[in-house]
Design a binder for this molecule. Sequence first.
Ligand SMILES: Nc1ncnc2c1ncn2[C@@H]1O[C@H](COP(=O)(O)OP(=O)(O)OP(=O)(O)O)[C@@H](O)[C@H]1O
Length: 282
Amino acid sequence: MSGPILALRGVTKSYPQGGLLDRLLGRASNFVALDDVTLQIARGDVVGIVGESGSGKSTLASLAVGLTRPTTGEILLDGEPLAALMRDHAGPWRRRIQMVFQDSGSALNPRKTIARCLAQTLALRGVPRATREDESMALLALVGLGSEMAPRLPHELSGGQRQRVGLARALAMKPDILIADEPVSSLDVSLQAQVINLLSRLTRELGLTLLFISHDLAVVRTLCTRIIVMRKGRIVEEGPCLDVLARPAHPYTQLLISSVPKGIAGRRAPAAAAASATSSVG
Ligand SMILES: Nc1ncnc2c1ncn2[C@@H]1O[C@H](COP(=O)(O)OP(=O)(O)OP(=O)(O)O)[C@@H](O)[C@H]1O
C-alpha cells in the first residue's frame, strides 16, 4: 500500500475540567491536550516526537494506539478510519499498533515467567501452542536476551532486561507500527544505549514504523529520520530530523535545541556513544 500507514486529520483531544459542581453551575471548561493535529506517517518512518512536558506527545500516542478516542477529527490506519476498525475489538488493528512505555517491564505479571508471558501474547496472535516455545526463544534472541531468561520471573531480571522483554512482547504481535513513549528514560546510560541500538536495528530489520517519544534530542537525532516538534498540543515544526535540528525554523524548536547543554549539532547521543564501547546488541 502506498499511502501513509498512519494519518491524523484535524485531531483534537480535550478533557473536561472541573468537578460536578462546576458543571452544574455552568463553570466547567475543556482543556485541549491536542489541538487540530494533522499528520502523516509513512511506512518505515522512524519519527521522533519531542516537546516540553505537557505538550501532548503521550496524548497523541494513546490516540494512535486506540487507548483514547479523539474529541474531533479522524485517525486513519492504512487509509481506514481507526474508529471503524475499533468496532471489532479483537480485530487485527490491535495487533498492528503496539506500544512500549517508559517502564514496560513493570507491566509484566510478577507471577508469570518470561516464557509464559511471551507464550500468552503469542496465543493472542493465534500462534499454535506447538510453536509458541520456539517463537518465544526467537523473540528473546531478537531483543538480545538469552534463553536462560525464559524460566525467570520479572523480578529476576535487570531493568534493562525487563524493558527488552516488554519490547519482545510488543514485537510478539508482529506490529507494523511501534510507538515507544520514553522507552529508555528510566534506564541508565549504558542500558539506554542497548535499547536505542536495539530499536534502531529492529526498525531496519523488521521494516517497523516507529514513533519515538522522547525529551532527549540527542537520542532522537541518533535514531530518527523524521522529527515532530510539539508545543501546547500543536505541531509547530516537522521535517527530516537532521535538517530540522541543524536549521530549526520555529523559535520554539530553536529554544528546545539551545536549552540542550552545549547544543546537539553534530553530537551523537551519549547512549549511542556508550553503546559503541559496551553494547552486546545492535
Ligand atoms: N486524562 C486526562 N485528563 C485531563 N488532562 C489530561 C489527561 N491526560 C493528559 N492530560 C493533560 O494533557 C496535557 C498533555 O499531556 P501529555 O501526557 O500528552 O503530555 P506529554 O507531552 O506527553 O508530557 P510528558 O513529556 O510530561 O509526558 C497535559 O497538560 C496533561 O495534564
